[in-house]
Design a binder for this molecule. Structure first.
Ligand SMILES: *Cc1c(COP(=O)(O)O)cnc(C)c1O
Length: 359
């Protein structure tokens, strides 16, 4: 609806933005629906999480612990890092927003790959900063080209490892060389949202890179392998002084009490999380092989999704899947990302993919 009345004025930065649109649920003619668009776990809430949530509900009339002490202590103990080096947030996107707003404003640059996580341009624009995008090379982060693009205006570099939407991951040596090339005044944010799905042995655990690199911050989330996407909780790990400053950018109470309790229970369910991620990584190999046999080229994925680099046919492929009840994430003109679900979900996807008419 348009109006002739005067409307409030917004920042020009918002002209570059459209509101985030998740993939709508798809429905097959038989009424079936397969949610393979958002990289969620198909297994439902962990049993211990369900119990913890039920208990935590009794206390929701109180504000959460703003410092998240219990969860921070659990993380610190589990991963062998100092509690002062951990900051919680409203999803890891919330933490990423704190990081961007803490270091970048108008005139500053934020660097990341293309295609990479859809939230990076949004957070950069919201901060009033300038996005600088460096194309992937052969489907993988081109860290050498990214290092070339760092200038004295670059305040933050996102490295998404494994990368969303391609699933590709960079190895330890390339990452260490990159970290050595980026000046200490520029923050490097290693987004490890899919860390629990990594099986390649040369892909480093970002936490093991923190020592001696105060410009590195590792982002982790409970939304993916731990299955807490609906509760919104994630965290950053880094140098205690950097994390201390980051905490000033924290929107008070944005990591809720139920989410904090659920995250502790999820961490204590490590064996079940490992069992679930093993099912998904086995499915990853099976689906990639089935696609390969039919001549589809998919990059090697270390995450819980596969990327089909379909270029101009991406949107048509997405629509074709949706008509079979399979919702996938189509990036128009680029490719399609499909989440790995339970075997039956993946079979529904494969059936759809293999009936997509060849170009
Ligand atoms: C899903 C995802 C996240 C997680 O976001 P939350 O806010 O924690 O739900 C972060 N980074 C990447 C690259 C992702 O794909």
């Amino acid at each position: 609806m348009t109006t002739t009345q005067e409307l409030p004025r917004f920042r020009a930065a918002l002209n570059h933005l459209v509101s985030y649109r998740p993939e709508p649920p798809a429905l097959s003619p038989e009424g079936r629906s397969y949610a393979l668009a958002a990289n969620e776990t198909p297994f439902g809430a962990l049993p211990e999480v369900a119990r913890a949530v039920e208990q935590a509900v009794a206390g929701v009339h109180r504000y959460p612990d703003n410092a998240g002490r219990a969860l921070t202590a659990e993380l610190a103990q589990r991963f062998g890092i100092a509690p002062e080096g951990i900051a919680l947030g409203c999803g890891s996107v919330g933490v990423a927003q704190q990081l961007v707003t803490a270091v970048a404003g108008p005139g500053d640059e934020v660097l990341y790959a293309r295609p990479s996580f859809e939230a990076y341009p949004l957070l950069t624009r919201l901060a009033g900063a300038t996005p600088v995008e460096v194309p992937l090379r052969e489907g993988t982060h081109d860290l050498a080209a990214m290092a070339e693009r760092v200038t004295d205006r670059t305040r933050l570099v996102f490295v998404c490892n494994p990368n969303n939407p391609t699933g590709t991951a960079v190895g330890r040596t390339a990452l260490e060389e990159f970290l050595a090339r980026v000046p200490g005044s520029c923050l490097v944010v290693l987004d490890e949202a899919y860390h629990e799905y990594v099986r390649a042995t040369d892909v480093p655990d970002g936490l093991s890179l923190l020592t001696g690199r105060p410009h590195l911050v590792v982002l982790r989330t409970f939304s993916k392998a731990y299955g807490l996407a609906g509760l919104r909780i994630g965290y950053a790990a880094g140098h205690p002084e950097v994390i201390g400053t980051l905490r000033k950018a924290y929107l008070p109470y944005s990591a809720g009490s139920v989410a904090q309790a659920a995250a502790i229970a999820a961490l204590r369910s490590g064996d079940e999380v490992a069992r679930r991620t093993d099912v998904i990584t086995a499915e990853r190999a099976r689906v990639a092989a089935a696609l390969g046999e039919r001549g589809w080229r998919v990059p090697a994925s270390e995450a819980n999704f596969l990327w089909l680099p379909l270029g101009e046919r991406a949107a048509a492929f997405g629509a074709h899947c949706a008509s079979a009840g399979v919702s996938v994430r189509a990036v128009a003109g680029s490719g399609v990302r499909v989440t790995l679900g339970l075997p039956a979900d993946n079979d529904a996807f494969l059936a759809a993919a293999l009936t997509f008419p060849p170009a």
